[in-house]
Design a protein around this ligand. Sequence first.
Ligand SMILES: C[S@@+](CC[C@H](N)C(=O)[O-])C[C@H]1O[C@@H](n2cnc3c(N)ncnc32)[C@H](O)[C@@H]1O
Length: 671
Amino acid sequence: MSEKKEIKITAAKGRPMLTWVGKRPLRSVTAFPAQHVETFAASEEEANQASPIWKDWPTSYPQGGLLFHGDNKEVLGHLLANGFRGKVKLIYIDPPFDSGADYVRKVQLRGGAATAKIDGENYALGEQIQYTDIWANDNYLQFMYERLLLAKELLANNGTIWLHCDWHKCHHLRCLLDEVFGQDNFCNEVVWQRTFSRAASGTLNNIHDTMLIYSKCKEFTWNKILMPVTENYIESRFTMVDEKSGKLFQGIVLTAPGISKGETGQDWHGFSPTAQGRHWANNLAERERLNAEGKIYWPPNGGWPRLKRFADEVDGIALQSLWTGISPINSQALDDTGFPTQKPEELIERIIHCSSNPNDLVLDCFIGSGTTAAVAQKLGRRWIGCDINKGAIQTTAKRLQGIMAEQSKALQNAAPQLPGMETDEKAPVPAQHAFGVWRVNDYDLKIQRNEAIKLACEYVGIERLASDSFFDGKLGKKLVKIIPFEHPLSPLDLEELKRELEARPELENVIVFVCLGIELSARTWIEDWNRLRKGAETVNKIEVIELRTDEKYGNFIKHEPATGKVAIARSGDKITVKIEDFISPTILKRLDMDAPLFKAKISDWRSQIDCVMIDTAYDGEVFNVVLSDVPEKKKDLIEGTYTLVAPVGKTTVAVKIIDMLGEEVLIQETV
Ligand SMILES: C[S@@+](CC[C@H](N)C(=O)[O-])C[C@H]1O[C@@H](n2cnc3c(N)ncnc32)[C@H](O)[C@@H]1O
């Protein structure tokens, strides 16, 4: 989708401004094309219904949710280049917090009883890193700065951005947001009590997260939220009884600060607001009307009159900036996906209610387990999600498939409703019944990105440098820069190195790039650069370790893939798919590592499989999920045998099996 191009970015407003070593403005980004890799439609008929809500949708994208696998800097650049500038009503982001930790998910085989006991530990596969939150120096600030600049370009003029963070970087992020959005566009800071009590630590326990809210201008979408009235609230505030009606009421002050020279500054029934430095909040006619209706309370002791606010007239308590009572996700929660740092749906529901309306577009470019997309889908909003981590994309895709399938089932039993119809906030009509998974710049490396970088360092023998803002490690005296494996080493990376070296003339080391692959133009760039550094003149000479082809270091990339044995047959208008066996050498290796004394034995191959998807008319490019088997509980196994409706004529059936470590196996047959 679209050619690679350069997108200009508006400069930050710039007051006040935070500075750090290596701060660089983001003047432009390269927008890479996206590849469509998967689609899911709960019902084709519903998914393709024409609706006015999609009229502003870029024609190059199908109607529906968009889930991008890639680095969000590149994905946001891609969205800007492809018609989404100024289209997003709400951006919620929950980025890494610079917490200095790796976030892992505990991986287990499915099914419990079906699996061999290994060294007392039943079917545990250990931990898998989902994302790393360890940053050298101020890299984190530069990372966030660039994403915020891009996010602002995508935000609608009446939109808002909610940035979720905690004590680690909240103060810095607020400065960044001031700089990017302008301090006048700060809306609120919400404090969410994330947990209750914890064992005492050195000083005070940190039990809250913070959400910083900014807009682009003063007129932004905001829906008031009323919280239910509690008995305690009524009892503590409504302590007086109205003689006439017997109803409980509270007395509200009738004046406001500041002297008025007009009518609201005049004495009323002998009370002089001016003498108190105040004025009447309502005009005289209004006060007289309220008095005639018996709505003014005159204290028997001659105190100031007050407005009677009756308990039965209170329809809710306005939501304030301190949010308590929303519990974090724990392993018992129904919607627990096993993803670390998953946020509760109730929290995101409030945000989406506050800052968007049904059919609006909501974006989360750090989607994790997909909470924002899940809630947006349930509340009838359109959504775009993005994550760099394949595990996060798989988790989000599974979650959304489940929700859309449920919604479709519910709709079949309900009165017909079209997307875009007037919706009831409490039971919104889904804005879409389909979504697609897209990839920006992915090398489709079959192992997780963070694990791959860690492995690369181990295999090449790189000493990780935590203290440098640019270089990732050292190889002897050489400085090493690791290029994220989603994209090849490109001239843009080399220009960045050039700028860094110009700023640090004291560095004379040879530079080693470790990358998965290299663009042809980058090769020419390096040849030209090194031509000036011939013979003994080695200052900043560039060397490249290209892992895909490197005989010495590249071996770990040659990973032994998982395999499946699947029988696919056609009989008339039916197709049957029977998975007969599945084996993942990586899972076996992990089990062996965990229990070196006992040979790992798996009695039911299905325990290695997380989910199965089938496309009955695979075109070799986009996998269209016609059937998905995602067992609901962690202990349930996939079914393994499926019967589907056969398309007319010869067709290629593709079966995608995803194992518990997120490795995908694709088996296809033409029947
Ligand atoms: C705190 S988690 C988000 C959790 C999410 N709110 C949920 O409820 O599950 C942060 C996510 O950001 C992702 N991430 C980190 N750097 C990224 C990048 N450059 N581009 C896209 N995603 C990134 C991580 O992979 C991780 O899934």
